[in-house]
Design a protein around this ligand. Structure first.
Ligand SMILES: Cc1ncc(COP(=O)(O)O)c(C=O)c1O
Length: 360
């Protein structure tokens, strides 16, 4: 017998008030969806409640061993006033895969999708209509057993919460990102959990990120753990370079998040007159090519930031050498064109190359 889902709903609260471009992740919509599951769950029972804090035992497994996964996607107000979630199916698939990697009770993709649709339907009024704004959706699954012994949990809690998202980096204009490449900082490694959207990957990136912030940078660019030269990705975004008429991104190695924005850019490349390529990108070759003028644009991409040009790399090759900087030209027409095209697709202003929008 297939899985079933019932959703209990509270009385609707008024929509949240916010200033334009609120600080990312700080303005929550009024409700959340909550559900307890285990590997045996077949009849799923979710509840939509007011967004609220909850009591948790200090022995809860997730707090000790980090068995936790999440997703990040956006619901957009469409040209006709309706609401659609961008590529929700790919996020459901990735959530399932992350759960398997982390030995968690995986949520069947159809139940994930139904929960998402129920939640966003209930929360529709909170989806912003202002340009460049969206409702950022954060599904979360974590280990809920209460014992201090290493091992996978039997019980898990699933949440969907949402925040009002405007511009990710700056309140006005597009300021190209400053990116720190510290050769000593490793995010993921072959056979590890790099491809899963799990808490530990982000925990490992916090120290390098704080170093980057101290240096006035916005993000960290990670190289692979074997050659220490091939580009993996940024702490919270995938990486692209523009080489002539090609959009080039590192191929998926298992250590890189299989980004939905990355995949969408590859699939829509021809819409902006470009070819899509996935290949190993040597960072040392890239910096030479930037200096010689062969590479004129690099950009980061992800759900939160969409598409963001990179302005300068701050390079730390060893603890004893000083920081070298390599800057890209201050114009970034290809990144802007991709940003404009994908943003228009997300808002239903131009047609997507496939079934990318899930109407609520
Ligand atoms: C490590 C990492 N890489 C890449 C991405 C971009 O992925 P997506 O386009 O699916 O948001 C994210 C964002 O979630 C991320 O956290």
């Amino acid at each position: 017998m297939g899985s079933t889902l019932t959703v209990k709903k509270c009385t609707k609260l008024p929509k949240v008030r916010y200033e334009l471009n609120p600080k990312f992740g700080t303005v929550f919509s009024p409700h959340m969806l909550k559900m307890t599951i285990s590997a045996e769950t077949n009849a799923f029972e979710a509840e939509i409640t007011p967004f609220q804090s909850e009591m948790m035992s200090p022995a809860t497994l997730v707090l000790h061993y980090g068995q936790s996964i999440f997703e990040g996607m956006k619901a957009y107000r469409q040209k006709d006033g309706s609401v659609a979630i961008f590529r929700a199916d790919l996020h459901a698939q990735r959530f399932y895969k992350s759960a398997v990697t982390m030995a968690m009770a995986p949520l069947p993709e159809d139940i994930f999708m139904k929960c998402l649709m129920e939640f966003v339907n209930f929360e529709q009024e909170s989806v912003p209509s202002e340009p460049e704004h969206a409702l950022y959706l954060r599904p979360l699954l974590f280990a809920r057993d209460e014992l201090v012994k290493l091992g996978p949990s039997k019980k898990y809690t699933f949440y969907i919460m949402a925040t009002i998202a405007g511009r990710y980096f700056a309140a006005t204009g597009i300021t190209p990102a400053k990116v720190l490449m510290n050769k000593m900082a490793i995010r993921a490694y072959p056979g590890g959990t790099g491809e899963a959207k799990t808490a530990g990957n982000y925990a490992a990136s916090l120290y390098p990120h704080s170093q980057a912030i101290k240096m006035g940078c916005d993000q960290v660019l990670y190289l692979d753990a074997v050659t220490h030269d091939n580009i993996d990705e940024l702490g919270g975004m995938n990486f692209f370079m523009v080489r002539g008429d090609e959009l080039v991104t590192p191929k998926l190695t298992g250590a890189i998040l299989n980004g939905v924005t990355r995949r969408s850019i590859l699939e829509m490349a021809s819409k902006v007159g470009m070819k899509a390529k996935e290949e190993s990108i040597s960072f040392s070759q890239l910096t030479q090519d930037i200096k010689s003028g062969k590479i004129k644009e690099c950009f980061a991409c992800g759900t939160a930031a969409t598409v963001h040009p990179i302005g300068t790399f701050f390079i730390q090759s060893s603890p004893s050498t000083s920081t070298e900087t390599v800057s890209l030209p201050s114009e970034f027409p290809v990144a802007l064109k991709i940003l404009e095209t994908i943003s228009s697709i997300q808002r239903g202003q131009i047609a997507a190359p496939g079934d990318w929008l899930f109407k609520v």
